[in-house]
Ligand binder design. Sequence first.
Ligand code: F6P
Length: 360
Amino acid sequence: MKKKRIGIMTTGGDCSGLNTAIHRIIRCASLRGWHVIGIQDGTDGLCGTPRTIDLTEDILPIENARLSGSFLHNGHAGALNFETAIERNRVKQFNRQLRQSLNDLKLDALILIGGNGSTSLAWANHEIYQDLQFVCIPKTIDMDMPLTDRTIGFDTAVQQLTSFCDQLMLTARSHHRWFVVQSMGRDCGNLALNAGIAVGATAILIPEIKFNVDDLVAHVANAPTDYGIIMVSEGITLRGHSGRPADMISRKLTAAGIVNRTAFPEHTQRSGDTTACDRILATRFADCAINAIENGETYVITTLECGECKTVSLAEFVAAGDSTSDPKIPGLCTANAYVDPDDPLLSVAQDMGIYIGNYK
Ligand code: F6P
């Protein structure tokens, strides 16, 4: 069988687990005698003269494969990408350039490790990839991608956010006060919900569930402790109020005489050494992607469904998502997923006396 030449690209926001996925792809490919090319800075690395690096295991050694970030980088702000190409009215030239660069690199296949924005964009512009096999691997701390029970980076982000709250809990107890912690996650509450349960938060507010702020305040005022964590997802809104969600909630608590502080873990949720779960997932997705290439598949994405790792077509993946228009990219709808109303964690939270809003 012909030895393949495959490319890897990481796009969108970084997360922990990308390097493990890259490392495992290199491992699987080199066992087959394939050549692996890393494309640097996402699509930016395909503009102009392609910026690439030959990937071998000594370039990304196994002991570094657990580190967060992307060894290949995810792109510069302001560089030519799908978003800026639309702004500059250069979509056709941009797409032509990407296709040409992939041909110049003589790639048989490309693996894109991306979130729902990247994969939706890839499908919307799939003519770029028509001359090679195109396989996606899902990654994001937001866990907002359809048809997969897990995305690379989510488990580490939950761990990072949990550890952040664990530290706050100790100082909160010393001063008899509350911390309103604002999690990332965009308009999906999975990260806040999972970390909130892990840390034993007193309240968890997520965009998928409406809440009544007076009920929240009363719940905190009557809690069995006078300290703790109120987990607020960055995607929540409070009618008549503006500003950061944690600040809005904090002001309401202060007005009711509840002593509190806000805390913003921000991008630490995207960093941290990759957890064992994320490393296992990255390894499984890498193996699945390489097998898909070997089997001649294209325009597919790896998914985990009920413990089984498999590929589904990008068309099916995009159609299964909740189609949401991207404010930054006119005409693009991204395939989103949200916390399922039947997610067992919601009823567990309720049983544990955690305030989660108007749920059931
Ligand atoms: O999608 C991942 C994510 O970390 C979101 O949770 C967050 O809202 C956003 O990216 C932050 O983006 P940036 O790195 O551009 O500030």
